[in-house]
Design a protein around this ligand. Structure first.
Ligand SMILES: [Zn+2]
Length: 180
């Protein structure tokens, strides 16, 4: 019998306009992703509709899976670039794989992709699913608002020392994800 498919979506998938209904397999994400997708956006609407219809399950990973995800990311030295939500997504993928699902993470986030690779979990960039605009990431300082490239390898602001944050930066910035 073919394995059941679990597709784990991160915020970049929703922000870039991926529709869970277009996926073959059941979609999963973690509660924290809701707060990373702006509330009035199409991404947020798609997330809610998919959840209400049962196409998408929003689920918190177990503490064992979280621990495993943290270990794998620490080994790669990617921990500084992974948010709590990123670690939860990886943990959810670990958990689903353990439950016998064929698991795929859809994300444009390189740090998540690297840790997934290490864990032997398949991943795909959002563009694979017909979404034209990939996301680029920007690292920024929440205190002095300085911006840095998304692959910056330090965790504190070189200007003022505040811990840096990271967010997806949509290319083009248009309003291309209207309902069809
Ligand atoms: Zn700063």
């Amino acid at each position: 019998m073919p394995k059941k498919k679990a597709i784990v979506l991160d915020a970049s998938a929703f922000i870039a306009g991926l529709d869970p209904f277009s996926l073959e397999g059941h979609a999963f994400t973690v509660p924290g992703v809701r707060s990373e997708v702006s509330p009035s956006s199409m991404g947020s609407l798609r997330l809610r509709l998919a959840e209400e219809s049962g196409k998408l399950t929003v689920k918190e990973p177990s503490s064992e899976a979280l621990e495993e995800a943290r270990k794998a990311s620490a080994l790669l030295g990617d921990a500084i670039k992974l948010s709590d939500v990123d670690v939860e997504l990886l943990a959810l993928a670990i958990e689903l794989k353990g439950e016998g699902y064929e698991t795929l993470i859809i994300t444009d986030d390189y740090a998540i992709q690297n840790v997934a690779k290490r864990l032997g979990i398949a991943f795909s960039p959002v563009a694979t699913f017909g979404i034209k605009e990939g996301l680029t990431w920007v690292v920024y300082c929440p205190a002095c608002f300085a911006r840095f490239p998304g692959d910056l390898a330090v965790k504190e602001c070189p200007i003022c020392g505040t811990p840096l944050k990271r967010k997806p930066l949509r290319k083009g910035g248009g309003h291309g994800d209207r309902p069809s």
